[in-house]
Write a protein that binds this ligand. Structure first.
Ligand code: NDP
Length: 337
């Protein structure tokens, strides 16, 4: 059973050597132990920015850190091989938290969402999986957008951002995205239908850049990166605008988060800032599927994913999220169907 073991807590930019690929020869393809246990074969693993936060020795209201010496965990699409749990039977497919290993013994079925292969396996990592639900809950529930509003999305070509931009267009908003390469900027404009986009790495003055694209200010900022971009956005919000905080990836490798300087804009502009977690929307998963499936069938929602083959290449793929190596949703194929 090949596994990716978390070596020890990480400081600064993560390295491949923080994760060790090992082979455990003691694989039993039968469930052992507790009556709730489920043995699964992992097919696809999702690389998600929050996984870097689990590499810090810090618990939060949402998650606990990884255990040094144990396999790292993350969202996966997996198949049940053997089960003593009444909720899942042999052959069932699901997405949920699993180990970065070929086979995992899961202790309960809590949080595992069974799936049917209506479209394509990959979709559960992306549109129909966690990033899709994040974009859906974050945009429709937290942002509560109205037609014609000015929307800005950072990390816009990524798994969540590309969907938020398309949802904003479906709503009739004006939407601009930022991303870290010219190719990603083209993708935003030409594939995902953003009204405009810019490469934040080529902008010496982010405040001036945001102002250029939003001369009349931003109604909704879908925050994925934090740091300097948040500072620039705060100066360019409209009065009573909303910042929906999905994540702040620019801060995940900082041992001490960067300071944000323009916080008084929250007062001057009466800005509302609201954070959210995708777990809040798990109860709405079937409502989300009812919403998204027709758009998928009609080809009205586009998606781009970045597929890496082989569990042993997982650590490099995961680290790539933090230098923008991925183009779209980063997935690791452990075993195809
Ligand atoms: P992406 O697919 O967008 O991948 C991460 C991207 O972030 C990279 O490709 C890179 O793109 C960009 N990035 C990396 N470092 C920086 C940096 N220092 N400054 C600016 N951009 C950077 O990831 P996701 O779509 O999965 O996640 C996007 C955000 O949403 C993250 O903050 C994540 O934590 C958050 N999230 C929150 C959830 C929640 O429940 N609240 C659930 C899921 C995600 P580029 O080339 O453009 O720099």
């Amino acid at each position: 059973n090949k596994k990716v073991i978390f070596k020890d807590y990480v400081s600064g930019f993560p390295k491949e050597s923080n994760m060790v690929v090992t082979i455990d020869e003691n694989l039993k393809l039968k469930v052992t132990g507790d009556s709730k246990n489920i043995l699964v074969k992992n097919h696809y693993l999702s690389c998600d920015p929050y996984m870097r936060l689990l590499m810090k020795n810090q618990s939060t209201e949402i998650f606990d850190p990884y255990t040094p010496g144990a396999p790292i965990t993350g969202l996966g699409v997996s198949k049940v091989i053997d089960s003593r749990n009444p909720e899942l039977k042999e052959g069932d497919l699901f997405w949920g938290i699993t180990g970065w290993e070929e086979y995992s013994l899961l202790k309960s079925s809590e949080g595992l969402l069974t799936i049917q292969l209506l479209v394509n396996f990959y979709f559960y990592k992306m549109i129909k999986g966690m990033p899709g639900l994040t974009a859906y809950g974050g945009f429709y529930e937290v942002c509560a957008p109205k037609k014609g509003e000015y929307v800005f999305v950072s990390a816009a070509s990524g798994a969540v951002g590309q969907l938020v931009g398309q949802f904003a267009k479906l709503m009739g908003c004006y939407v601009v995205g930022s991303a870290g390469t010219q190719d990603k900027v083209e993708l935003l404009k030409n594939k995902f239908g953003f009204d405009d986009a810019f490469n934040y790495k080529e902008e010496p003055d982010l405040n001036a850049a945001v102002k250029r694209y939003f001369p009349e200010g931003i109604d909704i900022y879908f925050e994925n990166v934090g740091g300097k971009m948040l500072d620039a956005v705060l100066l360019n919000m409209r009065v009573r605008g909303l910042i929906a905080v999905c994540g702040m990836i620019s801060q995940y490798n900082c041992d001490q988060p960067e300071g944000v300087h323009n916080l008084m804009s929250i007062v001057y502009k009466r800005v509302r800032i609201e954070g959210f977690a995708v777990a809040d929307y798990y109860p709405q998963y079937s409502k989300f599927l009812d919403f998204i499936l027709p758009y998928i069938r009609e080809g009205k929602i586009k998606y781009v994913e970045d597929i890496v083959e082989g569990l042993e290449n997982g650590p490099t793929a995961l680290i790539g999220l933090f230098n923008g190596r991925n183009v779209g949703k980063q997935v690791v194929v452990v075993a195809s169907q």
